[in-house]
Design a protein around this ligand. Structure first.
Ligand code: SDX
Length: 436
């Protein structure tokens, strides 16, 4: 963080004393105005609900340029990572700051493979849920429950403990997501097979069963791996900010990640891929492509509360580079499965075309985001719609834990404690009930 030689001067029209605020420059991206001394010197807070203009931290992990549609993990463009690396290499990059060399890749893969099983007791947490429980309700419970198995052995101020917690979470999320799926469909759990790659292991835990040999489809395994890479981290989004704030109290890393899972579930965030597929299904029921105009009319009607799910983004005011890559994967997967005539995919392509030509969306800079196509790919792979966000949580776990460890590893970090603008009742006295 480099101090800028430019200062910001804050002055007040009522003649209150002005104050100089230092600016800091990042390596790329917007400068920041350091307001840490503002309240102490002026007795005033800044006000920024939704944090549209607020940097909550400094970070070296992920950079997004919303205007250029750029996404870098530790400086590497997402397009290059998606084409040249696999998810575990990307995990190594996000956790340690660089892509592994051949020896590091073997070592990291072995370390993750050694932690893919969960404690046998975990099965009993699942039994408490109804079979039709939403997978994200199950995942919020299971990830939080991991705290119970490691709480006594996790001192978050110990870098080695932080590292093993990261490895455990990355390794166990596929096992837990697959268990959540098997539980809801009444099939036996499949144990991890550590000789398989990370994504192939997830696919066999999801789709294999004890009665027959499971044959991997390499195109689908590669597509799953790419979905994980594209969802791995994304700067200070809502769930990552939740993990940071939760972790800033010094809580167990498993509990902090469980908070991230809960936040990601929301349809405005990670739940958008499920909501997008449901939206496409609704348009299909309305009559398909011919009814897109009618649906778009609903979206434009503010009273309808209908949004075009999978469109829009707080940061990307141009295209989401992940959506472009996900659309490519869509073509590959549907082509490999002979599903190019998949009606939902054709509906999605038609909807995207119409929306991109409609001034309502263009003027609001609403473009397809990563969730618009990820649902169609996951559905083609065979992932049930309610499980889409759990798959997103699986992939985002490495980003959450990398960001959490970066924060905890910063000796300057403090517990996060925002203030407010109070607009409630001034002090008043309690009256006896007979006088209320
Ligand atoms: C993810 O932050 C991240 O990085 C998140 C994420 C990650 O990797 O972590 O990228 C993952 O969450 C992607 C986003 C997935 N969500 C959706 O697809 C849900 C639909 N999108 C919207 O809910 C919305 O676009 C948000 C929440 C994503 C962003 O909302 P903002 O930035 O707060 O923008 P806004 O709500 O203030 O909208 C600005 C205008 C408004 O209209 P006006 O009041 O100006 O007339 O655009 C409209 C909104 O009504 N608008 C939409 C819309 N999104 C915004 N109108 C219709 N459909 C939409 N999808």
């Amino acid at each position: 963080m480099t101090p800028s030689d430019v200062k910001a001067t804050l002055s007040f029209s009522d003649g209150s004393p002005s104050m100089d605020l230092p600016l800091y420059k990042g390596n790329i991206g917007p400068d920041v105005i350091d307001i840490r001394k503002l309240y102490g010197q002026t007795g005033k807070f800044t006000y920024d609900p939704g944090f549209l203009s607020t940097a909550s931290c400094n970070s070296t992990i992920t950079y997004i340029d919303g205007d250029k549609g750029e996404l870098l993990y530790r400086g590497y463009p997402i397009e290059q990572l998606a084409k040249n690396c696999d998810f575990l290499e990307t995990c190594h990059l996000l956790l340690y700051g660089d892509l592994p060399d051949a020896a590091q890749r073997v070592d990291f893969t072995a370390r993750v493979s050694n932690h893919t099983m969960v404690h046998e007791q975990m099965q009993f947490f699942l039994r408490g849920f109804r079979r039709d429980a939403h997978p994200m309700a199950i995942m919020t419970g299971l990830v939080g429950a991991l705290s119970a198995f490691y709480h006594d052995s996790t001192d978050i101020n110990n870098p080695e403990h932080r590292e093993i917690a990261a490895i455990r979470l990355i390794a166990k999320m596929p096992t837990l997501v697959a268990m959540a799926y098997k539980y809801t469909c009444g099939q036996p759990y499949m144990y991890p097979k550590n000789k398989l790659s990370y994504s192939a292991n997830f696919m066999q835990m999801m789709f294999a069963n004890p009665c027959e040999e499971y044959v991997q489809n390499d195109v689908l395994v590669r597509a799953m791996d790419r979905i994980f890479i594209l969802h791995a981290d994304h700067e200070q989004n809502a769930s990552t900010s939740t993990v940071r704030l939760c972790g800033s109290s010094g809580t167990n890393p498993f509990a902090a990640i469980a908070a991230g899972v809960a936040c990601l579930w929301g349809p405005a965030h990670g739940g958008a891929n499920e909501a997008c597929l449901n939206m496409l299904g609704d348009i299909q029921k309305m009559g398909g492509v011919e009814k897109i105009g009618e649906f778009i009319k609903q979206v434009k009607d503010k009273n309808s509360n209908v949004k075009l799910m999978g469109f829009g983004h707080r940061v990307y005011k141009n295209y989401d580079p992940r959506a472009t890559l996900m659309r490519e994967t869509c073509h590959e997967v549907l082509g490999a499965l002979g599903l190019h005539d998949d009606p939902l995919f054709k509906l999605a392509m038609a909807l995207e075309k119409i929306a991109l030509e409609d001034d309502y969306f263009v003027s609001r800079k609403l473009y397809p985001n990563v969730d618009f196509y990820s649902g169609i790919v996951q559905r083609a792979i065979g992932i049930p719609v309610p499980l889409f966000t759990a798959v997103f949580a699986l992939a985002r776990t490495v980003g959450w834990i990398a960001q959490l460890n970066e924060m905890i590893g910063d000796p300057e970090y403090k517990i996060g404690r925002p203030r407010q603008l109070y607009v409630g009742a001034a002090q008043r006295n309690v009256l006896p009930i007979a006088q209320r």
